[in-house]
Structure formats: C-alpha cells, structure tokens
Design a protein around this ligand. Sequence first.
Ligand code: ADP
Ligand code: MG
Length: 468
Amino acid sequence: MTQEKWGQLRQRLLKTVGQNNYKTWIEPLEFAELQDGVAVFTVPTSFMGNYVNQNFSDLILYELTMSGASVQRLAFRVAANSGARPAVPSSQPAPAVTAPAVAEVQYPGSVSEVEPENVVEALQAAPLDARFTFDTFVVGKPNELAHAAARRVGEGGPVTFNPLVLYGGVGLGKTHLMHAIAWELRARRPELNVLYLSAEQFMYRFVQALRERKMMDFKHLFRSVDVLMVDDVQFIAGKDSTQEEFFHTFNALVDQNKQIIISADRAPGEIKDLEDRVKSRLQCGLVVDLHPTDYELRLGILQTKVQQYRASYPDLRIADGVLEFLAQRISTNVRVLEGALTRLFAFASLVGREIDMELTQDCLADVLRASERKITIEEIQRKVSDYYNIRLSDIIGPKRLRSYARPRQVAMYLCKQLTSRSLPEIGRRFGGRDHTTVMHGVRRIEELKTTDGQIAEDVEILRRALEA
Ligand code: ADP
Ligand code: MG
C-alpha cells in the first residue's frame, strides 16, 4: 500500500460517498502506514478521526481489501502540529506521527500534542453532514416523538422546552436529528448563531482555552450563541472541570432563554459519573428517547436510501426481497444497516450485477453473522404460550388437543425460522418428539399461512415480538 494507491482508492470512495462527504471527511485523510494489518491515517483533529471511523471505516476497509491490501482494521492519529489545512499533499510523506491514536487523545494530558488552534477560530461549528436533514430522516413509531420534538425546535419559535434532550443507543439517529435541527434553523433563522459540537470538542476547546489562558474569550464566545447543541454529552461524565464549565455555560444560556439541545447515549439519570446537578439540569427540559428500530422503520430507511442512491446511479438493480431480508436480519442499528447497503452498492457496481440474495449473502456474510439473532427455543415457547393463553407445559407436553396442537406447531415453525436449531434438536425440546413430527408441524403452518389469515397474522405478530 502506497500513497499513490491511496490516491486512486480515494477516487473510488468519492464515487460512493459523494462530493460533499468526500471533501469534508475523505480528502483530509492522510495515509501514514500499513503495519500488522492496521492501516494508519493521520487526521487534522481527533473529532474527524472519530467521525470517519464511525461512518466510513467499513467502506474504507472494503476498498482497501478490494485493492489487495491486507488490512484488518483502521487507526486514526491526530497529526502533530499540522497547523496548516488542508493537510499535506499526498505526494509528500505524511507528517511525523507522534500523537497517540484518537481514542486516547481524549484527556487533557495528551491534548497538548494536538494541533494548536485558536479558540476563536475553533468556535466555528463542527461541520454539518449534508445528508442529515429532516428530508432524509425516516419517521416510524420508535422515533416519532424525538422527531416531532426536533421539528419543533427546528422551527426556531419561542423556546418552550429547554433543554431538549435526545437519548438512545448508538446509530439510532441522534446526530442525524441534531444536524437536521441545525440545517433547519440555518434556513429559517439565519440571524441566529447556532453552534453544534460534540461534547468531546467542547472539552477540547475548554482545555485549550485553559492552556492558552483564554478562558475569558471562551466563556464570552460560548455565552454569545443563540442555540447550543452538544452531541454525546455522556462523554464529559467523569471529567470534572469540563463538567463544571459545561454546567456554567448551560446555566448562563438558559438564563438568557437560549435554546440548548443535548444528546446522550442513555437517559441523563443513568449516566454514570455525571454530576447530580448536571443531571437534574438536563432533566428539567424535554427528555425524549429514540427507541430501537423496528422492522418497518428499518425497511423504510433502506427504501429511502435506495431511492437516494438511484438518483445518482439509475442502473442500480435490486431483486425483490433483498431489502426485506436485510431489514429483518440486521436489527442492531441503522449505521450497520446503512454500512451494509453501502457495501452492497459498491460491490454491485464493481461486478456490474443485480443485487440478488446470493450476492447479498456473499458480500455481507460477516455482517449477517454478527447480527445473527440469538432467539432461544424457550423464549419462543414462552411467547407462544402467553399469546395463546395456555400453559408452557401444554406446549411441551403430550396432549393432542387441537387447542394445544396448533400453538405447538406455531412454536415449532418459529423455532425453525428464527433459530439455527436442527429439527431433531427442536423435537427434543418439545418433550422429546421425533423430528418428523416437527417437520410435519412446520409444513402444516407453512400451508395454513397461505390459507388461514388468522394463523398468518398470529405468526407475524409473534415473529415481531420475538425479534423486537
Ligand atoms: P447516533 O448519533 O444516534 O449514534 P446517527 O444519527 O449518527 O446515530 O445515525 C447513524 C446513521 O443512521 C446515520 O447515517 C443516519 O443518517 C442514519 N439514520 C438513523 N436513523 C435514521 C432515520 N430514522 N432515517 C434515516 N436515516 C437514519
Ligand atoms: Mg451520534
């Protein structure tokens, strides 16, 4: 792997990620070295490293691998003293790499190795992702409340709830919603000074101001914004002086009736090492959570992404059932789902084929394996007996009454569909029945699903409940 090769590779990335993302995130990456399967890139700031790592690492890894490099993972390092941006042209050797990997550049002690930046300049908001708007946000049951609250704040009317706290697990759309609010406010209320940044950047700037003895400037600048958005606030937990400064900034802005929007990966009350006074401040506003996605939302998101992609690549062909399959199988988070789709697109365009089931299985084998459902036979038996209002022992036991036999067959069918257990194994767990009995049960339900609407509905409801 060489600088030149990276140069060519970047051109391929440009095609997949689009001009905007490319300019903001890919172009500034400097390939430093490839050692022991780790491809190291230098980045101008640790924020950037984190962002690229979270959003584009799959794709970069994929491209590296396709180009024949033997890479297992990526690492990002903050360029020491790379004051000048854009970073060094790729024909020259990368700057000396002395700073630790990004994950470690989070504590005041090591910040001194990070590129010195003037606080005033630094107060420019973090770049907003052009893809993260309300238009591209797909609304479903799990996120409708968070979306509605974000919309309201994005209107820029009188401040009614302060702060707005969005919380939820990774990849559920917190950052997307925050960027969408910022875009919306920029369009509707261009006179407002909107500042979006991650809690990590907040800390970074705070520490820098301390070091450069510019605390007055720092305070003044932060207190002069009209809308402050701090993403991933759990990050400052346990970092005492940063929390303290955050608390004061927060109070000063609330006193001036300025809107604050916060995100966190869990409810404020549950963030460990977050000071109580900060917690209670956060809880004063409107706290809404983004629930894990459900099947419909995932499918909606996939369909939207395909439409967007098709706008630039009209040749894209996807076989029926592929999106449904992905929505069902990848239930972790939206980022993984998107990563999978991006990889599929890249792969399909490379080989010039329709995206069918086979290509999907091949191309996403690792992702599919990682998100394999771990539903157990007991769970299925329990859910089914609850659903039909019979006892667990009746599902497993020998009684042949129709009112037990049908639910039992439904349970067997679900075990076959949702677990990787073999028929004999399933039979054993149903009171030592023979595998032919299980097979008969599974077939029976398959038939009934097409002729008996009630059964079809039962199976569908149970499947969803089990996958939730
Ligand atoms: P979080 O900040 O909660 O970890 P992000 O906002 O970064 O998650 O979302 C991860 C990815 O998933 C982003 O690319 C985002 O656009 C996408 N995403 C999440 N939720 C949705 C949604 N409801 N509609 C469209 N895209 C979504
Ligand atoms: Mg986020």
